[in-house]
Ligand binder design. Structure first.
Ligand SMILES: Cc1cc2nc3c(=O)[nH]c(=O)nc-3n(C[C@H](O)[C@H](O)[C@H](O)COP(=O)(O)OP(=O)(O)OC[C@H]3O[C@@H](n4cnc5c(N)ncnc54)[C@H](O)[C@@H]3O)c2cc1C
Length: 370
């Protein structure tokens, strides 16, 4: 018999996207979050997130990304708004390698524009980039900023309208994925299918996924640039620094702030711990900013923000059926926002019998996109 009722645990981008895809497949959906919906402490709650076609060595994701963009297009249709700003992305490479040749082949296959910037173009358009030791700067299209807080708010409104029951401040205390039950405030709720999309809290509910999925404490800095660079930043693409320090910088566009994070997974901490950033949290991001920006000492740090996401060894999105009725869905390693609506669609199709559930884990991990 086909399942008719689904419980989703967690109202980040993964849980909300799952709820939407399941409603579209005709399921009755109840969603529980331990905090408000959306929850400011979730990984998903921030001003901006990067989406892009280029995935370097993770070429399975390069093949998934056109579908991921299409999944967001379908979301904009439902929401009646497009919370996406195409900005392009510039890769600043400080070592000689064959990255551009490999990436260019992938991008050509998908018709995405790309080109090497000349020294003059870098100086004129990207004066914020530290000039020393640059091997190449490659600008790539098909990339831009997603605006999560706006997406989450509109998705929540859409779900309410579609009849999804949203339980705020309702922490799931215990879970039985064999029999489709969750316990909230001592009361048992039952469903045909239970989906766990609990973000960095997932290992507390399901310790058995701990070897594959690790919570990681990450820090980002919001910055105020010097006055003479303000207009360049207002037009800047996303910047990815690929030198001794790996960092990503989101420009202050579409009403957001200037933000930098380093692409280094701390693999420590728990999302319930104190989030006040320590000097140990901030120092590596400052070092990454000093390596990426010309004259970083002239920037003012407006806010250091500590957040958590899950990390997997190969940076893949983790999706796994568990027990007779359960699924765990964890958007891993800083790639989760851009992929969540697509993965949700695949999982909902598997639950409704339209796709083979046995193949979903590999597909979501970017290993078999067919
Ligand atoms: C600093 C940073 C930068 C990032 N940059 C990018 C980027 O540029 N591009 C990109 O695609 N991705 C990026 N990501 C990753 C992306 O934001 C995450 O992968 C994604 O938001 C995770 O979504 P989620 O729904 O799985 O988890 P979350 O958003 O954390 O949602 C989980 C929810 O589950 C709830 N919950 C947990 N336990 C329980 C329980 N027992 N009962 C009820 N509710 C519970 C929590 O309250 C929470 O609301 C970044 C993440 C961070 C932190």
């Amino acid at each position: 018999m086909a399942a008719s009722k689904v419980i989703v645990v967690g109202a980040g981008i993964a849980g909300l996207s799952l709820a939407r895809s399941l409603v579209k497949q005709g399921f009755a959906v109840e969603l529980f979050d331990q905090g408000p919906i959306p929850n400011p402490l979730s990984s998903s709650f921030d001003e901006h997130r990067i989406t892009r076609h280029t995935y370097g060595s993770l070429d399975g994701y390069t093949r998934l990304m056109p579908d991921a963009f299409r999944a967001y297009d379908a979301l904009w249709q439902d929401l009646g708004k497009r919370h996406y700003l195409p900005t392009g992305i510039a890769y600043v490479r400080r070592q000689a390698d064959d990255w551009y040749a490999t990436t260019a082949r992938d991008l050509d296959a998908f018709g995405i524009e790309h080109r090497l910037l000349t020294e003059g173009e870098v100086a004129a358009r990207l004066p914020m980039v530290r000039p020393g030791g640059i091997h190449s700067v490659v600008e790539v299209g098909g990339a831009g900023l997603l605006f999560p807080q706006r997406i989450l708010a509109d998705l929540v409104a859409w779900l309410r309208e579609a009849g999804v029951v949203l339980h705020e401040h309702s922490a799931v205390e215990a879970i039985d994925l064999e029999h489709g039950r969750v316990v909230v405030a001592g009361k048992t709720h039952a469903a045909d299918v239970v989906l766990v999309a609990a973000g960095a809290w997932v290992t507390r509910l399901l310790p058995e996924v701990a070897p594959a999925v690790t919570p990681s404490r990450q820090t980002v800095l919001y910055l105020d640039p010097p006055d003479d660079l303000r207009s360049a930043w207002a037009e800047a693409p996303i910047l990815i620094e690929e030198g001794a320090h790996l960092s990503y910088t989101l420009p202050p566009r579409g009403g957001t702030g200037l933000k930098i994070g380093d692409h280094h997974f701390s693999r420590r901490g728990h999302p319930d711990e104190d989030r006040t950033p320590s000097s140990e949290d901030i120092a590596p991001v400052e070092a990454a900013a000093a390596a990426a920006f010309a004259g970083f000492e002239r920037y003012r740090i407006l806010e250091a923000k500590t957040c958590f996401y899950t990390v997997s060894d190969d940076e893949s999105f983790f999706v796994q059926p568990l027990g007779r009725t359960g699924w765990v869905v964890s958007a891993c390693s800083g790639h989760g926002f851009k992929l969540a609506p697509l993965i949700a669609q695949g999982v909902a199709e598997a639950i409704s019998g339209k796709r083979d559930p046995a193949k979903i884990a590999e597909w979501a991990a970017g290993k078999d996109p067919r």
